[in-house]
Ligand binder design. Structure first.
Ligand code: NAI
Length: 711
């Protein structure tokens, strides 16, 4: 069999070693379910076999379902009920294991996630190898699904509804000690004892039964509306889930329903309830969108799918960061954490040392909070050299400049750095707005010039936007991506344009919020609608964070550069100017659209009502949500049209990971594909009747007519 090996020892104990050929990890595939079914039948029907131990031939046990398979099923139009049928086969197999009359032990040699844990739960006994990489959990909720291999039914029966719900609703992974304490596994043993202990259990328990198959079984703590915990488990969780998800994610509610209903029913009926809710989730595009963007495409990006082939990998061992300000400090910190030697340079030594001191303080704070050794902190700091001396750049393979956002300052540091850099070194700019091709003109080696754009705060934000200038070479791109991978961040690759990709989308979003304010839409309505759409932060709140003076600089630059009027952000500009005149620049001045009282909670500034009196009739929430999402989706489509985005995955990952675009959509382009391009274009035209910026381009209209998706 291509997915497992079955052997039987002289005591009559069968050993099933799960080991999918050509796969780095074990996942559930139709072939595996077939093979396992056949193996289980042999074990149950051959008289000389007493029972079986299930383990894996790979490092982990089983990582769950094959998400690619599920997304393909969507694409090929497999109906939700057909897809659910596959899980019915799994469930029949699991039932056969637990009711077949012979003992099955799950010998978990590492991670058992999703279907992997569900298979283990169907076994009569679970022994987990006690090592740091082992964990168990049912993380289906994080991809918009529920544990449909009996997970929503066996787990609450095993450990009680109240303990099971948080694990199912949050997809928490438990380390060995936690799994034992929770009662999910029965024993922890060192890896080398795993198989022998499991074998012994089989020999000592010839006729095991699952607790839920024993007559009179009741769930610890009870189930249903009369259980003592029902208010906490169901009513309180329901309220919390709805608050957290704003009903954009159907999986947590489906899980609550499946557990509530299923735990009041006999086991086989309970499985049918689970299957019903699972089919509903499969029919909803949210699960596909989450799987596609945040798992499959994020995985591809992390494995450097956009790296040009045939170029030798470059291991950056020495990096220079120019500018020890907010971004430079963050970049130096994450690079040193990745083991890279960093030269942190500012215009004077004090400024550079101040930057290094900030890193020292941040690391110490983190150490105090998370634990860890002083030695590790010291080692990380020892890798950072604070300096004002450009000759220190002479051994660096890569430079990232993060000096003031002014072309003249950038020109100066490019020239000074290149006087000392090795000829092969790459020069990267962390600019958020200045076109890379223009900056590359200031360099002696434009083919080795590239944009590596980090997000703030650098240590927390997972995304890096890599921007190609007109002359950037393939090798430069490949090596920039090697560097991003070293930092364990997710790269997207985009072509040059003012604002690249992410800043363009970001500006379209905040500008729409400011335009609404100027129209007399109540600010609380704007901000709450954004939250209801699942956007990470309201447009006014996030503008306060990035500051209104920075926005003014960007607008002024766009005008100075003679950009087309629609790129000059005309509808937001009056609001930006007004707040600059008032000196209300955002959080850094203690107030912008919000007030930031010292020691108190931030709240919308009461003066807004005077500046922009709310009009008598306010729009529907859905209208505001549409405007906030459509404007970003439309700008993303425009980036495809202009060739800034060449792979839809970059746009979607960039918007979700970098800007807090709602995950349930799968990103702005998948949002359009999910709606259908033609209905999207129609709605844009409707919005354009009041707000001309929503007018779709001729290119987009034609694409809609041809029915061409972005994916
Ligand atoms: P910042 O003002 O905090 O830091 C700039 C640093 O550069 C200062 O320490 C300054 O002393 C230093 N500097 C200025 N001229 C210099 C020179 N000639 N030689 C050496 N050092 C010099 O600015 P921030 O926020 O760190 O931004 C830096 C760059 O990163 C800008 O290009 C900005 O557009 C970009 N960026 C900023 C983001 C943000 O959220 N603040 C996000 C992504 C990119």
């Amino acid at each position: 069999m291509s997915t497992l090996n079955l052997s039987v020892d002289s005591d009559g104990v069968a050993l099933i070693v799960i080991d999918l050929i050509d796969r780095p990890i074990n996942v559930f595939t139709p072939e595996f379910v077939n093979d396992l079914s056949q193996a289980v039948e042999q074990i149950l029907t051959r008289e000389n076999i007493k029972g079986a131990v299930l383990t894996s031939g790979k490092q982990g046990f089983i990582a769950g379902a094959d998400l690619k398979d599920l997304v393909n099923a969507y694409e090929q139009g497999v109906s939700p009920s057909d897809a659910a049928t596959r899980f019915n086969r799994e469930n029949a197999l699991f039932r056969r294991i637990e009711t077949g009359g012979k003992p099955f032990v799950a010998a978990l040699n590492g991670q058992a996630l999703g279907g992997g844990l569900e298979l283990a739960l169907a076994c009569h006994h679970r022994i987990l190898a006690n090592h740091p990489k082992a964990s168990v959990g049912l993380p289906e909720v994080t991809v918009g699904l529920l544990a449909a291999g009996g997970g929503t039914q066996r787990l609450p029966r095993l450990i009680g509804v109240e303990k099971a719900l948080p694990l199912l609703l949050e997809g928490t992974l438990l380390k060995p000690e936690q799994a034992l304490e929770a009662g999910i596994v029965d024993e922890l043993v060192p890896l080398f004892e795993l198989l022998e202990k499991s074998r012994q259990w089989v020999l000592e328990h010839p006729h095991p039964q699952q607790p839920w198959d024993i007559k009179g079984f009741t769930i610890a703590g009870g189930s249903g509306p009369l259980a003592e915990h029902a208010g906490r488990s169901f009513a309180a969780n329901m309220a919390q889930v709805r608050k957290r998800t704003q009903d954009n994610y159907p999986a947590p509610l489906a899980i609550l329903s499946a557990v509530y209903e299923g735990t009041q029913l006999p086991f086989d009926l309970a499985l049918q309830v689970e299957a019903k809710y699972f089919a509903q989730l499969l029919a909803n595009p949210v699960a596909r969108n989450l799987m596609r963007t945040l798992f499959i495409n994020k995985g591809r990006a992390d494995k450097l799918a956009r790296r040009p082939q045939g170029i030798t990998q470059l291991h950056i061992s020495r990096l220079a960061v120019l500018g020890a300000g907010m971004m430079g400090v963050g970049i130096a910190r994450v690079a040193a954490a990745a083991g890279i030697q960093v030269v942190l340079l500012d215009s004077n030594l004090q400024a550079a040392e101040r930057g290094k001191e900030q890193i020292a303080q941040a690391l110490e704070k983190e150490r105090a909070r998370r634990g860890g050794s002083h030695d590790a902190v010291d080692a990380q700091l020892a890798r950072i050299l604070a300096t004002e001396d450009y000759s220190q750049l002479s051994h660096c393979e890569l430079v990232i400049e993060a000096v003031f956002e002014e072309r003249t300052v950038k020109a100066q540091v490019i020239q000074r750095a290149e006087e000392h850099l090795p000829a092969s070194a790459i020069f990267a700019s962390n600019t958020s707005t200045l076109p890379i091709s223009g900056l590359a003109e200031l360099s002696q080696r434009p083919t080795q010039f590239i944009g590596i754009h980090f997000f703030s705060p650098v240590e927390r934000m997972p995304l890096v936007e890599v921007i190609l200038g007109k002359e950037t070479s393939k090798a430069t791109l490949a090596h920039a991506l090697d560097f991003v991978a070293l930092l364990r961040k997710t790269p997207i690759v985009v072509n040059d344009s003012p604002g690249f990709y992410t800043s363009r989308i970001f500006c379209s979003y905040i500008d729409e919020g400011m335009a609404m304010l100027a129209e007399g839409i109540a600010p609380a309505l704007i901000e709450n609608s954004a939250r209801m759409a699942g956007l990470a932060t309201g447009p006014l709140a996030v503008t306060d964070e990035v500051s209104l003076d920075l926005q003014k600089k960007v607008v002024d630059q766009a005008i100075a550069d003679g950009l087309a009027p629609e790129r000059q952000r005309q509808h937001a500009q009056p609001v930006i100017s007004r707040f600059n005149t008032l000196g209300r620049l955002g959080r850094k001045t203690g107030g912008g659209f919000y007030e930031f009282p010292v020691g108190g909670r931030k709240h919308l500034w009461s003066g807004l009502a005077e500046l922009y009196p709310p009009r008598a009739e306010q729009p529907e929430v859905q209208e505001i949500i549409d405007r906030l999402l459509y404007i970003q989706a439309l700008e993303s489509a425009r980036c495809v049209e202009e060739g800034v985005i060449t792979d839809a995955m970059d746009a979607d990952l960039g918007a979700i990971l970098g800007l807090g675009f709602p995950g349930w959509t799968g990103g702005p382009l998948l949002f359009i594909d999910t709606l259908g391009l033609a209905p999207f274009v129609e709605r844009c035209k409707q919005l354009a009747s009041h707000h001309p910026r929503f007018q779709p381009s001729a290119w987009l209209i034609q694409r809609a007519a041809l029915g061409k998706n972005f994916y």
